[in-house]
Design a protein around this ligand. Structure first.
Ligand code: ATP
Ligand code: LTN
Length: 328
């Protein structure tokens, strides 16, 4: 690693990765890797905060890395690794639990409130999830964290934990910044444009999975809810559904939203959706062809290389932390 900015991000190997994950997070990783040193993690320790089937988890860890590769992450430029291969993630999370994380911080996390609700059987890991995320980021002296909008609150906590540690025990951590897409940081559900597109949505009509058959995706677009009226207008406040579809169209085609609005002036939702369905189907056909090219063995090698390069950096950070605390 040299002295230029370090980028870190990750996705959980759970469920179907969808267009929201791609357009909100992974797409910006692809651009950032052209300029910066990037580290992309498959966060399997985060995945086990809710119960997973072991065989399925093993499969999804490999498949998630394949998705990174098919999206355009170049393993020769960027490091890709499996979180549980570097035990310092769990070790630093424990330390941050003790040195900076407060019950009140974690109780305020909206993701936890959404996922655990009032379930008294929710795991302690689910509650502590943001502290593990902070450890992921802080281990590598990360400068920028490209994620979707739903992760902003977790990033704020990460910054607070880093600042508290540096202040209370001495300078160790770089304070990271969040990096959001200008458009697309919050892709909304196709069945409900007031909520974000989500892997754990109740209905598959909510999302377009990156592994959906192009024909299935086409139907999901045609059936996506629309707003009252019939005009293709971009206004997320009053026309959230069509604005969301316009955003997806823009990000997949590269055509700007203004041009799209002009193109569909006076033509109504039907024509617009038919064309968007085509754009989405083409994207998926191309993406899925790329996905097929990667083998499990190749991914294992990429993981091994990532862990080998990153382990010494993680070790060094934990050593510095332990020294400050009197553990070394
Ligand atoms: P779930 O909804 O089940 O919590 P998820 O779809 O949010 O899962 P994650 O693994 O938590 O998936 O997110 C991976 C990345 O994708 C994160 O950077 C997250 O911010 C981003 N992301 C997730 N959903 C969206 C969305 N609807 N729009 C934009 N970015 C998103
Ligand atoms: N919580 C993130 C996944 C994640 C992450 C990270 C993202 C875990 N560790 C570190 C960026 C940096 C999510 O998307 N649900």
């Amino acid at each position: 690693m040299n002295t230029q900015k370090i980028i870190f991000s990750g996705v959980q190997p759970t469920g179907n990765l969808h267009l929201g994950n791609y357009l909100g997070a992974i797409k910006q990783w692809v651009n950032l890797q052209k300029v910066y040193d990037c580290i992309f993690c498959v966060v399997d320790y985060h995945a086990i905060t809710v119960r997973q089937n072991p065989d399925q988890l093993r499969r999804q860890v490999l498949d998630t890395a394949k998705i990174y590769l098919a999206c355009g992450i170049n393993p020769k430029k960027s490091l890709i690794f499996r979180q549980s291969d570097i035990n310092e993630h769990a070790e630093l999370a424990w330390i941050l639990n003790c040195t900076g994380a407060r019950m009140s911080d974690l109780e305020n996390m909206t993701q936890y409130k959404d996922k655990a609700g009032k379930d008294a059987n929710a795991s302690v890991g689910l509650f502590d999830y943001p502290v593990l995320m902070a450890a992921d980021i802080l281990l590598y002296q990360t400068n920028l964290v490209p994620v979707g909008h739903d992760q902003v609150q977790h990033l704020e906590l990460t910054r607070d934990l880093a600042k508290r540690f540096n202040h209370d025990f001495g300078q160790v951590f770089t304070i990271p910044e969040v990096q959001l897409q200008k458009t697309g940081a919050r892709i909304m559900g196709l069945d409900d444009p007031t909520k974000k597109m989500s892997k754990s949505a109740a209905s598959p009509a909510n999302f377009i999975a990156l592994t959906d058959e192009p024909e299935v995706a086409r139907k999901k677009i045609m059936r996506a809810v629309t707003d009252s009226g019939a005009e293709v207008i971009y206004d997320p406040e009053t026309k959230p559904a069509i604005s969301n579809l316009l955003t997806i169209y823009h990000l997949l085609s590269g055509i700007d939203i203004k041009t799209l609005v002009k193109k569909y002036q006076g033509r109504g939702y039907g024509d617009f959706k038919k064309d968007l369905a085509e754009v989405v189907a083409e994207f998926l056909t191309d993406f899925q062809a790329k996905l097929e090219r990667f083998s499990d063995e190749e991914v294992e090698k990429i993981f091994a290389r990532g862990a080998k390069k990153l382990k010494p950096i993680a070790k060094e950070t934990v050593k510095n932390v332990k020294e400050k605390l009197g553990l070394l």
